[in-house]
Design a protein around this ligand. Sequence first.
Ligand code: BG6
Ligand code: MG
Length: 217
Amino acid sequence: MKEKAFIFDLDGVIVDTAKYHFLAWKNLANELGFDFTETQNELLKGVSRVKSLEIILNIGGVTLSEEKTQAFLVKKNTEYLAFINKMTADEILPGVLKVLAFLKNNNIPFALGSASKNARFILEQVGIIDLFDAIVDGNDVSKAKPDPEVFLLGAEKLNVAPANCVVFEDAIAGVEAANNAGMVSIGIGSEDVLTEASSVFESMDQMSDAFLNNLIK
Ligand code: BG6
Ligand code: MG
């Protein structure tokens, strides 16, 4: 048996925080005088905070001074954190705890590989930070997904070769990052969207035991 490791994205894979990002960005767009829809929000999945604001300003055709840009970034994150402050373990997505328990029972190490600078706080809020053998988040990387940096760093921290790593991702850019790292990519979401993933499941609880057993072989 080859030594395997798993790497999980956070937002949209472990917890459904995409809705909180959306609400905070939508309020900001409204304040700037334009609307921001859930469809447009898809463009922000897996994308850093700074890049997300750039995309939103582009949608609204708005240009901001550097000072205002910084102020809006702080404002968005303050509003987002107000939601995160209220999060509990109930917001862990279906099937996640079962998969993590399966990995623990089989002595397979696993890491977090997220673009979020709030990742550690979110894992603490939902009470699962201690389960992870390594955490790589938005504070640790300089190149955003689809660059493979976040996942390669995760593999390095777990001391497992990239080719033996399995990544769970809900974002197109994240699936690309996993593929670029030479890892197996499992998409969580729609097959029509995550077309480059090795396999796609609507949700983590759709994965059979047989499928999981096969992944760790
Ligand atoms: C990603 C999310 O995980 O993290 C993006 O999919 C988000 O929507 C990005 O913009 C950065 O998150 P944060 O918490 O650092 O603003
Ligand atoms: Mg995600």
